[in-house]
Ligand binder design. Sequence first.
Ligand code: NAP
Length: 247
Amino acid sequence: MNLVDEQIAVITGAARGIGRAIALRFAANGAHIVVSDVDEAGAQATAAEIEALGRQALAIKTDVSVANEAENLIKATVERFGRIDILVNNAGITRDSLLMRMDEAQWDAVIRVNLKGTFNCIKAVSRPMMKQRQGRIINISSVVGVMGNAGQANYAASKAGVIGLTKSAAKELAARNILVNAVAPGYIETEMTRNLPAEAVETFRTLIPLQRQGMPEDVADVCLFLAGPLSAYVTGQVIHVDGGMVM
Ligand code: NAP
């Protein structure tokens, strides 16, 4: 069964990593995908992979932290496909440093992309979804937003903020049948985690009951559940995809 057959999905930060895996998983389950990223060439490469699966794809260069770019992304989607069924707010960055050494630019950059970017896209999509009286919004948070992490105060604050934003949006939009949930990945194998120091990797491993690093596809599978009919009575939740780190 194609869980998101003929659905129109916008996925931010989909040039690579978790966003790309979500885009491909949704496409393999019947969706047409708007691939959005600051990395235009990467977005086009993901779009080509989706078309090779026999689905429609549109690559759009977007910096989600800029409100009018988020608005244009949603506008272009509705112009091309006539509607928008699913938004996945996946674009995210890190600028790690211990608190005492963290400068204002590091703090601002992470809050702007991870938290404000998610707000910008939710705000832009809420009008067309309200008109349709249906929609799914999935926000990618992090285990770090729940547990905290030394050296990632900016990132942890942004991802904890995404959880509060998710629950507030879920309450505001539920009456229009728009479901809003968050996914909190643990330690997933992508560019973002590729260059972690060996001690940090070892610490993570000891914290994971399932004793392996997660793959982007592990996160994509849970997003597929939240995007499709099997989660019709689920909203305002944070689903951890972390091998049991948080329980
Ligand atoms: P990734 O490999 O670094 O991919 C992130 C993508 O987002 C990149 O293509 C990046 O483009 C793009 N991006 C950055 N800033 C953007 C902006 N302002 N607007 C639009 N796109 C932007 O990261 P990932 O590991 O797949 O992470 C995806 C999401 O999962 C993030 O929200 C991350 O915080 C979250 N997450 C990841 C892990 C993990 O272990 N990997 C764990 C928990 C949560 P550029 O490279 O060109 O900047």
